[in-house]
Design a protein around this ligand. Structure first.
Ligand code: S3P
Length: 749
């Protein structure tokens, strides 16, 4: 329910199925103070008045549009020009004018015939893709648009505020609003709606003209019924649409005829192989589109729903803390447990959204998984050939690790699959994994703009092992390829430019799979099997990093972090903080579940100094730089980071987003192509504040949100961080633990 009505007066011109459904939404949600309508039919107006749908009805549109701030043309498209010409002198200056027609080019042409090229700023054509068998004011339904698409086609003359208000209106109808170019709209609709309708009319007409038509219809089976259902819709409407969208429909018909001619020829020639090829290709495409037709949103979690407000300082940042399980290890425990033989027990599993996305994906592929409960998960492995086709697209949320590692696994399966992600993941490069997988024989497409998700993977006909020289230091790409290699023919080997985290190699060995590491070359033979085991997930050093940096920069802090994973491919943060002079000790080292762990004690550091971060430490601290930048800002002197271009393609562009935030807080810094230069504000032995209060955008990046949270320990004003809901992807207990540690963090939903 919206408190302030969106509009003062809404005027509908035409009140059929679509118009009256939208009027119902506006009425039910109180989106306007007044609703009026004009139609030629007095009966319709009387009915609408009686139903309480409108407050006044007119037969002349001129009377309806006076003082209206929203005018909805819900009448046959061919009447647009005449109505616009008639109402033009009476339309308020800043009124929004929209329509609901199925074609848009001709609506724009009609408007131009009336207004010339200088169209009103409030003119925004629209097309709700929804309908019902019945028409008329009585047929309207308040839920007609729910979970349906509404396409708006703003023009160069359309004002942003008008588009925004219309979007809000349609969103209130629970529609999924999309903006599209007018021509694109007409072309897309010509293929997906107008051509299929024409084909249905055409087929029924073809059969109806035969002498034996009664027999044909009597014995027609489900296929004919399904295909011809849409030929029962309103001939008037389709007559108008076919003319209104003439150029695009003619093109679509040409394409159809050409394609049909090919099929005709293949049948005539009895070209079995080519016919099978085309039919098979079409079937795979249909299966692929199935995921989309199942109406699974391709982008979820795009909204900013949470904010942190952090007041300066902390009282008594001391004591022992356990941060949650390692994200990388948690992902892998599910993936490997799922394809192992037998039952795998996991303890210390990270119940964060990223790892849960992986877990859900395997449930979607038929794997029985119990938990997680208090970090415990039981996975009933299905073996190397037991995964099942998911019913719809697999949603990976914010998690690059899920999508890249699963790419390797899915590329080797006998079924098609699609993976989607949230706003942040949908911007991340996927070609880095898709390209080498294609070399192995995979059919994989990154279908987003610029090689980004959604990823679409076709059923595999047999992968072959390759050697691949990784162009970038990426454990995700390395792991995705090793996983594909499990099913590939022969050896899969990878050389990495620098060592990256080796959890995949270690855990595969723990599952009894032979993986060789010789220097920077990692290899395995395909065709083996994994045997279930027990995985103990260590605490995540990447989450511990926020406490390490926090304790370093906070006066009197003395913190011990327990059982933290200290895999040598992850300890860059420890090395870098030590080089900066941090008071940090690693002790009680032991092995748990194949991974080294230790307790780490960190105390407030009086003399933190800026350094040039050694490039060989970059991959070993790749996720910890946002936190390290906060330490650098509190250090004395300059910190220089180079060789870290990968930071630009993480959950956000971490170089730019951190630079923006630091600058907003008064820290001098210069982002470079592959790093950053930060002018530290600290002075040895001086605990004064270094950050100004500021409002920061996290850009859907959990680590950005958490890094600026710890900056609050040394700020002299309130820090507001927008978009903190992503913290739950990797560190769901972050606020609870920081509050326990005496931070002043308030969570605003
Ligand atoms: C990860 C690898 C790294 C890291 C990510 C987790 C993994 O990504 O940043 O948070 O679990 O393999 P890249 O492979 O892109 O460097």
């Amino acid at each position: 329910m919206i408190n302030q009505p969106l509009f003062k007066k809404v005027a509908f011109i035409g009140l059929g199925l679509i118009g009256s459904s939208l009027a119902r939404v506006i009425k039910q949600q109180q989106l306007a103070s007044h609703i009026v309508a004009s139609t030629r039919s007095k009966k319709t107006l009387d009915a609408a008045l009686q139903m309480g749908l409108i407050e006044a009805g007119f037969q002349d549109p001129v009377e309806a549009v006076q003082d209206a701030d929203l005018i909805v043309l819900a009448l046959p498209v061919r009447a647009t020009e005449q109505v616009l010409a008639r109402i033009r002198p009476y339309v308020a200056q800043d009124a929004i004018i929209t329509d609901v027609g199925s074609t848009k080019g001709n609506v724009v042409a009609a408007a131009k015939a009336v207004y010339g090229d200088d169209l009103p700023a409030g003119f925004v054509p629209g097309h709700p893709i929804a309908g019902a068998e019945h028409t008329g004011v009585h047929a309207g339904r308040v839920d007609l648009f729910a979970q349906h698409k509404v396409i708006l086609t703003p023009l160069s003359t359309s004002a942003d505020w008008a588009v925004e208000k219309l979007s809000q209106l349609w969103q209130a109808a629970e529609a999924d609003v999309i903006c599209m170019d007018v021509n694109k709209h007409d072309e897309v609709l010509a293929h997906t709606s107008h051509l299929p309708h024409l084909m249905a009319f055409n087929l029924v007409e073809q059969l109806a003209n035969r002498e034996d038509n009664l027999d044909i219809f009597r014995y027609a089976a489900g296929g004919f019924r399904d295909f011809s259902r849409i030929a029962a819709s309103d001939p008037h409407m389709w007559h108008d649409i076919f003319f209104a969208n003439k150029p695009a429909i003619l093109k679509a018909i040409d394409g159809f005829e050409a394609q049909l001619a090919i099929f005709r020829q293949l049948i005539e020639d009895e070209d079995s192989q080519a016919l099978m090829g085309r039919l098979g290709h079409a079937q795979a495409a249909r299966q692929h589109f199935n995921h989309m037709l199942a109406n699974k949103p391709l982008m979820e979690n795009t909204k900013v729903t949470q904010q942190f407000r952090i007041s300066p300082g902390a009282h008594n940042f001391q004591g022992k803390f356990s941060v949650p399980g390692d994200k990388s290890v948690s992902h892998r425990s599910i993936m490997f447990g799922a394809i192992a033989e037998g039952t795998t027990q996991v303890t210390g599993f990270l119940e964060g959204e990223d790892a849960l996305a992986t877990l859900q994906a395997f449930r979607d592929m038929g794997v029985a998984i119990e938990g997680p409960k208090n970090g415990e998960v039981t996975i009933h492995g299905v073996g190397m050939h037991g995964l099942k086709a998911p019913a719809s697209a697999l949603y990976m949320g914010n998690s690059g690790t899920s999508m890249r590692l699963l790419s390797g696994m899915l590329a080797a399966q006998q079924f098609d699959s699609v993976m989607t992600g949230d706003a942040s993941l949908s911007k991340r490069p996927m070609e880095r994994i898709a390209k080498p997988l294609r070399l192995m024989g995979a059919q994989i497409q990154s279908t987003g703009e610029r090689g980004t998700p959604p990823l679409s993977i076709s059923a595999n006909a047999g992968l072959k092992g390759i050697h691949y020289d990784l162009p970038m230091a990426s454990a995700q790409v390395k792991s995705g390829l090793l996983l594909a290699g499990l099913w590939a023919d022969g050896e899969t080997s990878i050389t990495e430019p620098e060592p990256t985290r080796d959890h995949t190699e270690r855990m595969l060995r723990a599952f009894g799979y032979d993986v060789k590491t010789e220097g920077n070359r990692i290899s395995l033979q395909g065709g083996g099997k994994l045997t279930a085991t027990h995985i103990q997930v260590p605490s995540d050093i990447s989450s511990a990093a926020f406490f390490m940096v926090g304790a370093t920069i906070c006066e009197n802090a003395d913190v011990t972090l327990e059982a933290v994973g200290i895999n040598p491919t992850r300890t860059g943060i420890i090395e870098i903080l030590k080089q900066m002079g941090a008071d940090l000790t690693v002790f009680n080292e032991r092995i748990a579940g194949g991974e080294p762990i230790a307790d780490i004690r960190i105390r407030a550091t009086r003399t933190l100094k800026g350094i040039h971060i050694p490039e060989d430490q970059v991959p070993l601290a790749i996720d910890e730089f946002p936190a390290l930048f906060i330490a650098a800002a509190c250090a004395e002197g300059q910190t220089v980071l180079t060789g870290a271009a990968e930071l630009r393609v993480k959950e956000s562009d971490r170089i730019q987003v951190m630079a923006d935030g630091l600058q907003a807080m008064g820290i001098q810094c210069t982002p470079t192509e592959d790093g950053i230069i930060i002018e530290g504000q600290g002075k040895a032995g001086d605990w004064s504040t270094v950050f100004n209060g500021a409002e920061i955008e996290s850009h859907h990046d959990h680590r950005i949100a958490m890094s600026f949270s710890i900056a609050g320990l040394r700020s002299h004003g309130e820090i507001i961080i927008n978009g903190t809901e992503t913290v739950a992807t990797s560190f769901p207990t972050f606020t609870a633990l920081t509050q326990q540690a005496g931070f002043n963090i308030q969570v605003i939903e």
